[in-house]
Design a protein around this ligand. Structure first.
Ligand SMILES: [Fe+2]
Length: 408
């Protein structure tokens, strides 16, 4: 007999500081935990924008060391390099500052440094050893400089394995940052392209979290410890997701067009955070499965890939979650129009218009994906069951191919 799940859990980063100037309180945080050696994990772009100097200047006599070799879609070699660097520094505090990649590398470094063995031992099977992370590591602070990935609120890091054209993850409750410092002032220098791409990623997190299957449609695990990270949507994740959609709808165009508009930036940082909390608890859907497959093969940027696929996935799912898409439409609609006859189609229209307005490329072909590889991308998508399991409509490999073709 199907034993229906009746319990949900809700997890997020232990502490959050949000708002203009929040990052100026960083040295007080370091003082509180008695940190003497602070390691920043970041990339050259963040250093070039002056953000690391701005933060490091406040640490006075403490020893501040910067690791700035993180690259987009970091591969396993880079994670190992950061770990080796950190082991030599032996920090009391690790601060990940930047986009999702920098925060992911910082998170994993902070826990694996306190464990025996190799990094691959902690990657999920069948690729890795599947060893559990057993304890928290060096205190870690996540400081996003983009608004979209939600990495500052998630227990997951994504690792590329170039030899296998694969992205794998390490997920553990001990990988939640001890503190997320979300300071919208740090996002004002982000150029319009990455602002647009990361904003569409946040929107997709919120829409997929709101339309993913509910926790009560899942089977109760025999062992409560085996309850999946992506447990299904709940009333709590719904509230976070809907607010995030409303904020993206009202602010992303302005954040892209007038980067120094701090109100728009603040609302996008908030949207990204809320959407991150929603999806890391509820789960995602087919858009992320398709996009991760394309990124594994082609290295297409995450946000733009998501943005080109999202309308087609919504069209595929529409009939299976009509009421949910009607709510999405209401949060997205730019006018006071009454609900259209087909609200899902209305929601798709709004997403497409937003993407057009902020200069997102129209299709996968514009991202350099070759049409003869759509079949292999569809097959790769089917491997990402942890994402597909929440999609409101079951997806076959033919469906995946049809969506990729429509989004081409
Ligand atoms: Fe995403």
């Amino acid at each position: 007999m199907f034993d229906q799940e009746t319990v949900w859990e809700f997890n997020m980063t232990d502490r959050v500081k949000f708002g203009s100037g929040a990052s100026r309180e960083l040295s007080a945080e370091a003082k509180q935990i008695g940190a003497e050696t602070v390691l920043f994990v970041t990339d050259e772009g963040v250093v070039g924008a002056g953000i690391v100097d701005y933060l490091a200047d406040r640490f006075g006599s403490k020893q501040v060391i910067v690791y700035d070799d993180v690259e987009p879609d970091p591969n396993i070699g880079l994670f190992e390099d950061a770990l080796e660097f950190a082991a030599q520094v032996d920090p009391d505090l690790i601060i990940g500052v930047g986009g999702g990649s920098c925060i992911d590398v910082a998170k994993t470094t902070s826990v694996v440094i306190e464990h025996e063995g190799e990094l691959i031992d902690y990657v999920a099977p069948p690729t890795g050893g599947g060893e559990p992370i057993r304890r928290s590591g060096v205190p870690m602070v996540a400081i996003p400089t983009t608004a979209g990935t939600g990495s500052e609120t998630s227990p997951v890091s994504v690792i590329s394995l170039p030899s296998k054209n694969l992205k794998v993850g390490i997920s553990s409750q001990f990988q939640y940052p001890d503190l997320a410092v979300i300071d919208p002032e740090l996002t004002v220098t982000l150029p319009s392209g990455p602002t647009a791409a990361s904003g569409m990623d946040a929107l997709c997190h919120a829409i997929e979290a709101y339309t993913t299957r509910g926790f009560g449609s899942k089977a109760r695990p025999e062992d409560p410890a085996m309850r999946p990270d992506y447990g299904g949507r709940t009333t709590v994740t719904d509230a976070f997701a809907l607010k995030a959609i409303e904020l993206v709808s009202g602010n992303l165009r302005q954040a892209v067009n007038v980067g120094e508009d701090l109100d728009a930036r603040r609302n996008m940082s908030l949207a990204s955070f809320l959407a991150g909390v929603a999806f890391t608890n509820a789960g995602l859907g087919a858009t992320h499965a398709l996009a991760l497959s394309a990124a594994g093969e082609y290295g297409t940027g995450h946000g733009v890939t998501i943005a080109t696929l999202l309308p087609e996935v919504m069209r595929f799912n529409a009939g299976a979650a009509a009421d949910r898409y009607a709510d999405v439409y209401e949060r997205l609609a730019s006018t006071e129009e009454s609900l259209p006859a087909d609200p899902a189609e209305g929601a798709i229209r709004e997403v497409t218009a937003l993407a057009d307005d902020i200069g997102i490329p129209e299709g996968l072909s514009d991202l350099g994906v070759e049409s003869e590889y759509l079949t292999s991308l569809a097959e790769g998508t089917m491997q990402l069951e942890r994402l597909l399991v929440g999609n409101p409509r079951r997806l076959s490999v033919e469906d995946a191919k049809a969506i990729l073709t429509d989004a081409y």
